[in-house]
Design a binder for this molecule. Structure first.
Ligand SMILES: [Zn+2]
Length: 315
């Protein structure tokens, strides 16, 4: 081989017993192969460059912030069930967070981190309460005050309206009134967000706020917009704040809703999908955030450690 490499074209022809025509064909073939290899390399480089631009918005798993969002519903002194934990359990959760270096943050804190470069604490966590039950006011509120912590409360506008009109003190089913919600918001212990005005229902007409099969996009957009804007208006009128986050009833996320939610000005949304969020500064990462339900008789420590296991599948 070494001999051939240093030889003249004639010598090469002789060595391989090629005719003149054969040799020029081999040379042309070599040029073609070299051109094809060069083209392939160029295509590969441009594909890699294109890919990196597209993935640039999502930071690697290790560089993103782990953000657990806990989902609570009711706190009851009696008649506990899977979704209704006791005040003692809630206080044990707050003690656990305090002892383990967690800092509760609001959705607004999270949005400021993503949009305005504001820092987040070392171990951030969001506590969310859905539906706006009176027992949140009765039990969660004093405990959050005691531990100087904050939570996100997603209210159903119609329930707040109904219980304001006809107050009821039954802690097993009543919802907080607008006055009580205003007191909770003013304290800084609760940030009030939107959980629909009157789409927190499962009827033959609709499942939560999801788009129906066969429903036109225009019809769905109008239905969702009318309902969510009514809730925004009620919250603004009664509390003087405008929610920046939408919480899906039953976690029933309809892919058709995303563009509408964004158009209505919501900067974030909460789903019931299970898992720990990995946050970077990509604004799209604020939609359909995952949550972890805290069930009765399952400690927050176990709830969190189970959820952390899902991170090994994180991309
Ligand atoms: Zn709900």
């Amino acid at each position: 081989m070494r001999k051939v490499r240093g030889a003249s074209l004639n010598a090469v022809r002789k060595a391989y017993n090629f005719s003149k025509g054969d040799l020029s064909m081999v040379i042309r073939l070599h040029y073609k192969i070299a051109a094809a290899v060069l083209l392939a390399v160029l295509l590969l480089c441009s594909a890699l460059a294109f890919g990196s631009r597209h993935t640039q918005a999502i930071a690697p798993v290790d560089e993103r912030i782990r953000l657990p969002i806990i989902m609570y519903h009711e706190i009851r002194a009696y008649n506990n069930n899977r979704m209704a934990i006791s005040p003692y359990e809630f206080e044990s959760d707050l003690r656990y967070l305090q002892r383990n270096g967690y800092t509760t943050i609001s959705m607004t804190d999270l949005i400021h981190y993503v949009y305005d470069d504001m820092p987040l604490p070392e171990k951030p966590i969001i506590l969310t309460f859905d539906d706006g039950y009176l027992n949140n006011y009765a039990y969660a509120f004093p405990l959050l005050k005691k531990y100087h912590m904050t939570a996100v409360l997603s209210v159903i506008g119609k329930n707040a309206d109904d219980f304001t009109r006809v107050p009821d003190k039954n802690l097993d089913y009543s919802h907080a009134t607008w006055d009580q919600l205003a007191e909770m918001a003013r304290s800084g212990c609760f940030e009030i967000q939107n959980h629909t005005y009157n789409m927190h229902t499962i009827t033959y007409k609709r499942y939560g706020c999801a788009k129906n099969a066969g429903e036109s996009e225009e019809h769905y957009e109008k239905a969702l917009t009318d309902d969510l804007m009514r809730c925004q208006q009620e919250i603004s009128d009664n509390l003087g704040t405008v929610p920046n986050t939408f919480t899906y009833p039953y976690g029933n996320v309809s892919s058709d809703s995303l563009a509408i939610i964004k158009k209505l000005g919501f900067l974030a949304s909460l789903s019931c999908k299970y898992g720990i969020n990995l946050i970077d500064r990509n604004p799209d990462g604020l939609y359909c955030l995952m949550r972890i339900s805290r069930y009765h008789d399952v400690s927050l420590s176990k709830t969190l450690s189970d959820a952390m296991k899902t991170l090994k599948y994180a991309k």
